[in-house]
Design a protein around this ligand. Structure first.
Ligand code: TTP
Ligand code: MN
Ligand code: MN
Ligand code: MN
Length: 371
């Protein structure tokens, strides 16, 4: 009699959209180390190596087990020579010399510090660095530097907005936005998206999608919400971008990090009294409020599923959804639409499940998208 064959070795897909990744990370030491190198490459505008390390991080995050030896990692996708060398060092000595060197590098430290300010990107950080600036106080006292409005607010609220937002705070903000949109339009739709929709306990901001079934009405929704928040005295900062979305301009062939929907990047004042269990503040901080970053995006209702999928993230999950669509299905996916290049037509969707089905992918729940 023939023996039962061994169960096939579960193969891990190279695409994050074919893996289920919860917030539980069994390889944090390795992923923290790889993230330092990815960040460093990103700050030096070396996209290739940066992406390679981000993909390696994402594969490791998806594993239900901890990598303890190079051999067990042999069959994993997206691990190149470089990441394997770093992995070997960490498994052998507990740390990587290259990562340690990067962490103690003055340029890396300064660019990380500067880009941690709301409104400061890698370009600005690099400009300040090349001017010889190394600290916030040097930036703030340099008379040749003109901070824009966003950066001014970034510095003003630095302590609060660099502090994680808790789930309870996200819930309180949801009530505030929910009340505002329903006063404006009773049939409005509000959805929590971003990291909190993926089940994260903490976030750097809170992301929402707001829309209404009335076509065109979504275009005026955000200014009306902002108006109301201003009257309530809780709008500390807003950067509003009007919609530049036009169905006739689709599909976009190049990758776009940003979509064309109306959106706003806000800083809100959140009162302790609104948060169950109180604010998430530093030990000894007894203020009755804190500043929190909130993002609102307002797509037309018929684009809702695409916007929801795009804004739920994670960034790596989104990148791989698009890469999978392009490479494996000859389709173009973005926050607005899904286009089939073979059939030369747009594929309609009213739910995220419709989009996964069009792509021939098993549905992945939001809490399994922490790639
Ligand atoms: P973020 O809020 O930056 O990230 P996050 O919610 O996953 O994590 P964190 O807890 O740190 O806030 O972005 C959420 C998603 O929104 C992300 O997948 C990228 C997407 N996004 C767009 O698609 N277009 C945009 O213009 C912006 C700003 C974000
Ligand atoms: Mn977010
Ligand atoms: Mn956001
Ligand atoms: Mn475009």
């Amino acid at each position: 009699a023939s023996a039962t064959p061994p169960p096939p070795k579960a193969t891990v897909s190279q695409y994050a959209c074919q893996r289920r990744t919860t917030t539980e990370n069994n390889n944090k030491t390795l992923t923290d180390a790889f993230e330092v190198l990815a960040d460093s490459y990103e700050l030096n505008e070396m996209e290739g190596p940066c992406l390679a390390f981000r993909r390696a991080v994402s594969v490791l995050k998806s594993l239900p087990w901890a990598v303890k030896s190079l051999e067990t990692a042999q069959d994993l996708p997206c691990l190149g020579e470089h990441s394997k060398a770093v992995m070997k060092e960490i498994l052998q000595y507990g740390h990587s010399f290259e990562v340690e060197k990067t962490l103690s590098d003055e340029r890396y430290q300064t660019l990380k510090l500067f880009t941690s300010v709301f409104g400061v990107g890698p370009k600005t950080a690099d400009k300040w660095y090349r001017r010889g600036l190394r600290s916030f106080s040097e930036v703030l006292t340099d008379s040749s530097i003109q901070l824009n409005r966003m950066q001014q607010s970034g510095f003003l609220h630095y302590g609060d907005i660099s502090r994680a937002v808790s789930k309870a705070e996200a819930r309180a903000l949801r009530s505030i936005i929910d009340e505002a949109v329903h006063v404006i339009t009773p049939d409005a739709v509000l959805a929590l998206t971003g990291g909190f929709r993926r089940g994260k306990e903490f976030g750097h901001d809170v992301d929402f999608i707001v829309t209404t079934p009335e076509p065109g009405e979504e275009e005026t929704l955000l200014p009306k919400i902002m108006n109301r928040l201003t009257k309530q005295g809780i709008l500390l900062f807003s950067d509003y971008q009007t919609s530049t979305f036009e169905m006739s301009k689709l599909p976009c062939h190049r990758f776009e990090a940003m979509d064309h929907f109306a959106k706003c990047f806000l800083i809100l004042r959140l009162e302790a009294s609104k948060v169950e269990g109180g604010l998430h503040l530093a030990e000894g901080d007894s203020r009755g409020w804190r500043a929190v970053r909130v993002d609102l995006v307002s797509p037309p209702m018929e684009r809702y599923a695409f916007a929801l999928l795009g804004w739920t993230g994670s960034r790596q999950f989104e990148r791989d959804l698009r890469r999978f669509a392009r490479m494996e299905r000859r389709m173009l996916l973005d926050n607005h639409a899904l286009y089939d290049k073979t059939k030369k037509e747009f594929l309609a969707a009213t739910t995220e499940k419709d989009i996964f089905a069009h792509l021939g992918l098993e549905y992945i729940e939001p809490w399994q998208r922490n790639a």
